[in-house]
Every structure is written in structure tokens, then in C-alpha cells.
Design a protein around this ligand. Structure first.
Ligand code: TYM
Length: 331
């Protein structure tokens, strides 16, 4: 084994192509060489208001999606965050090591809180510290994520370093980000300058892993295009064409330059037809498997419970050592 991986995904709606190409597809491959821990981060989800019933459903749905994508719960650890108390417990200790100035720099908080900064929850503000705790509770060596999580990972490294210095220990490993593949930042189908995201109000902006073949084809047909002849990669000048070429390359597992050469003289609509076929070919087995798994929610619960037990067996002792380093008396 080359190290220990930790990564997480929020259960705030269906997973989309960005989650799949930027992160989850890599999680599947990494299971072979790493001890892997994958977490459905329900505690992160409630940093914004969630309907309890929808949240309950989304946790199972995201777990099913991960398994359908190829996460093997017998090989890797798969669980939901709130079932392992060490995450929240360690977050408190780390919050006491994190200067407010570091949190003020986090761009995701600024984006999510918007103009309502004073009304945003303290949870949304301290979100990155809980994320540090997720990783450090396992002393994970590597964290595979999409580009948008890079700043949070730098904070995790800084927090680990701050703890080690404060207590004069070499306890926490500084986790390495792994930002892999061609599609590290998949953009919206409606606007090639905006990230594909679960929170976009337009469902046409993203392809969900729950979409059927017709919906996928329709979303790609309606994706924003430009009037330039032939397909070419030029992020500044042709953000939509560049995004669709990147998606194609990632799905086909080909270098982007090869895809660009293949479609250099294709018009936008012909290219979209080919992309839609590829997308359906790659995603429909996942959707079918997900539906099969969701027909038996009790089995998903059993998988998550087993995962929680295994996760707790790693994180529990690490938390106790942290409490000891900090000077807490323990029963
Ligand atoms: P989340 O739930 O937003 O996304 C899960 C993973 O998908 C990646 N991703 C994307 N990659 C490429 N293009 C996109 N448009 C795109 N959208 C999302 C994300 O980078 C992520 O890897 N804070 C995290 C969850 C988290 C976590 C952690 C991750 C909580 N604790 C500890 C790693 C380690 C988040 O909100 O991801």
C-alpha cells in the first residue's frame, strides 16, 4: 500500500458529472494501491439548510452512487460522517488552532455566504476546519479532489502544521492533495465560465448520475455552443467548446489533444451527438446499478454501518492521542 487516502462528498443532491470526472472516478482506481476511506459528509451538508427527509434520502443515494461507480465497500471504507464522532470532536480541537484570518481567506465561504455574510451560519464559516478534521482524524497521506477543493486542502496542511508546532510534536501528517486527470474542473453546460455544481438552479447546467439516456442527450443538445467552425480548445475564447472537449477526453480516457484533433473539422452539433452517445455509454451502467442498489436501502445502511465501525477503529485511537497531547484528562 502506498499510503492512506481520505476523501468526501456532500449529500446535497444527486452527484453530477463534475463529481464523477473530477473525483469519484479516481477514487475507484486509487482503491488498488491505497488504503482508502470515503465519506458521505452529512455534517458538512447542514452548513446550509437541508430538509431532514431529503438529507436522509440523499445520504443513501450518494452511497449507492459511489458503490455503483465502483467503490468496493469490502476493500475500502465507506460511511457517513455523523456516525463517527471523532470528526466533530477533532474539529473542535483544530478550531482552537486555526486563526480566524485563515478562514477569512477562504473563497468558497465568500461565494456561498454571498452578501448575507452576517446571516451565514458559523458552521459554514468553520466548514474548512471540519474538513481538516475529516482528513487528520485518519492521518491520511493523500486526498483526491477536484480543483475547487485545493484551497481547503492547503488549510488542512496549515492546520496540521500549526498543531504540530503548538505542541512540539510530529503527530499529524501533512496531507498531499491529488488533483488528477483532464477534468479537474468541469464547467456548467449553460455557461462555460461557471463550475458545474449541485447548487446551480438550472438542471440543464449539469448531467446527474441519475439522469436517463434521453435526459443526458437532451442536456448535451441544449448545451451552450458558439458559432465558430470546427471544435478547438481555447478556454478564454471558447469556454463551452473547451469544456465539452475536456468532458469527452475524460470520459473516453484519451488525451485532450487527441480529441481536439479528431473533432477539428466537426461542427458543434455533430460533436454533441458523439459526446451524448459516449456519455450515455459510460453513465447508463452506473445509473442502472444505482437503481438496483436503492431498491434495498437496508443493505446500504448495513454497508454504511460496517464502514463506520472500521472508520471509528482508526479515528478513535487517533483522537485519544490528540486529547492526550492537548492535556485533556480522559476517563
Ligand atoms: P463536493 O461534495 O462539492 O464534491 C465532491 C468532489 O467532487 C469534486 N467536484 C468537481 N470536480 C470537477 N469539476 C466540478 N465541477 C466539480 N464539482 C465538484 C470536488 O472537488 C470534490 O472532490 N468539501 C468537499 C467535501 C469534503 C472533503 C472532505 C473532501 C468534506 N471533507 C475531506 C476531501 C477531504 C465538498 O464539498 O465536495
Amino acid at each position: 500500500m502506498s499510503g492512506r487516502i481520505f476523501s468526501g462528498v456532500q449529500p446535497t443532491g444527486a452527484l453530477h458529472l463534475g463529481n464523477y470526472l473530477g473525483a469519484i472516478r479516481h477514487w475507484v482506481h486509487l482503491q488498488q494501491d491505497y488504503e482508502a476511506i470515503y465519506c458521505v459528509v452529512d455534517q458538512h451538508a447542514i452548513t446550509l439548510p437541508q430538509d431532514p427527509n431529503e438529507l436522509r434520502g440523499a445520504i443513501r443515494e450518494v452511497a449507492a452512487a459511489l458503490i455503483a461507480c465502483g467503490i468496493d465497500p469490502d476493500r475500502s471504507i465507506l460511511f457517513n460522517q455523523s456516525t463517527v464522532p471523532a470528526h466533530a470532536q477533532l474539529a473542535w480541537v483544530l478550531m482552537c488552532q486555526t486563526p480566524i484570518g485563515w478562514l477569512n481567506r477562504m473563497t468558497q465561504f465568500k461565494e456561498k455566504a454571498g452578501k448575507q455574510r452576517d446571516n451565514a451560519s458559523a458552521g459554514l464559516y468553520t466548514y474548512p476546519v471540519l474538513m481538516s478534521a475529516d482528513i487528520l482524524a485518519y492521518n491520511a497521506t493523500h486526498v483526491p479532489v477536484g480543483e475547487d477543493q485545493k484551497q481547503h486542502l492547503e488549510l488542512a496542511r496549515d492546520t496540521a502544521g500549526a498543531f504540530n508546532r503548538q505542541f512540539g510534536v510530529e503527530f499529524f501528517v501533512l496531507p498531499e492533495p491529488m488533483i488528477l486527470g483532464e477534468a479537474t474542473r468541469v464547467m456548467s453546460l449553460r455557461d462555460g465560465t461557471k463550475k458545474m455544481s449541485k447548487s446551480d438552479t438550472s438542471d440543464y447546467s449539469r448531467i446527474n448520475l441519475t439522469d436517463d439516456a434521453d435526459t443526458i442527450a437532451q442536456k448535451i443538445r441544449k448545451a451552450k455552443s458558439d458559432p465558430i467552425e470546427g471544435m478547438s480548445y481555447d478556454v478564454a475564447g471558447r469556454p463551452e467548446a473547451s469544456n465539452l472537449l475536456t468532458i469527452y477526453a475524460a470520459l473516453a480516457d484519451l488525451p485532450r489533444s487527441q480529441v481536439e484533433a479528431e473533432f477539428a473539422s466537426a461542427n458543434f452539433s455533430a460533436f454533441k451527438g458523439r459526446l451524448a452517445d459516449l456519455c450515455v455509454e459510460k453513465l447508463s451502467p452506473i445509473t442502472t446499478e444505482m437503481r438496483r442498489l436503492l431498491a434495498d436501502p437496508a443493505e446500504i445502511d448495513r454497508i454504511l454501518d460496517r464502514g463506520a465501525e472500521k472508520a471509528d477503529a482508526i479515528a478513535g485511537p487517533i483522537l485519544r492521542q490528540v486529547y492526550d497531547i492537548v492535556g485533556f484528562r480522559q476517563a
